[in-house]
Design a protein around this ligand. Sequence first.
Ligand SMILES: C[S@@+](CC[C@H](N)C(=O)[O-])C[C@H]1O[C@@H](n2cnc3c(N)ncnc32)[C@H](O)[C@@H]1O
Length: 275
Amino acid sequence: VLIRTLITATALAVATSGAFAQAQKAQEFTPQVGQAGKDVIWVPTPEALVDRMLAMAKVTANDIVYDLGSGDGRTVIKAAKLGATATGIEYNPDMVTLSQKNAQAQGVTGKATFMKADLFETDLSKATVITMYLLPDINLRLRPKILDLRPGTRVVSHAFTMGDWEPDERAEVEGRSAMLWIVPAKVGGNWTVKGPGGSYDVQLTQTYQKLTGTARTGSGGGPIEDGKVNGENVTFTIVDGGKRQRFVGKVAGGVINGALDAGSTAQTGWTATRK
Ligand SMILES: C[S@@+](CC[C@H](N)C(=O)[O-])C[C@H]1O[C@@H](n2cnc3c(N)ncnc32)[C@H](O)[C@@H]1O
């Protein structure tokens, strides 16, 4: 639907360009929905969806938010109003100036910064939250970089997917969709898991936030089921004969430590170390 919106918007922009638009630009820059951008044209996200995207990402004053292709600055300004330190990356210098004006009018210049830059060349390593409204192929080009960000970084995209990396959450507002991904820690490989039920040689295969694999002991073992990675949180079930053991833990460095999960039947006091 959005591609159609973008194309219609482009046609509209072409139709209204020319002498009139140029004369207007000479006076004061007024953005036109559908105007060309380096890799993506400008179409703003409706304010209600911006609010929802920031809510999905659970943005607070502790966050460092980057909006990739920040347009008129609306997402950055709203994140700043939530107390976050927010940066907009925007290639069009007129849009950068406009965003700065908007941030000033909304009283958030201390928290909202705009950079005239190419989103592909920007260092995102400090981000705890990334928001975007780009295109499917651009999301795919960004994906390897996003997957290398700190585990737990939240990424919210208006309309467009991340290929075969399925979102952790979806929302719909006024017929438009948003998706949330949480960057998973990298836990694929071979581990020794020591817990109350004994010791296992565990092989984990990771596909984004999903884990499959096998667990072996001297006497047997079996498959890994319901394996998930949510940021640094790792959960899986070892099926050993008729016995199912649920493991809930947190990874740091080469170690997964069992989290105390009172009230559930999950194993406590377990540790996994990389082999
Ligand atoms: C669809 S608009 C979204 C604007 C804003 N994020 C929002 O949701 O309202 C995409 C924006 O990305 C900008 N853009 C396109 N290619 C870019 C690039 N390579 N680097 C930075 N910004 C880019 C465009 O100028 C446009 O403002």
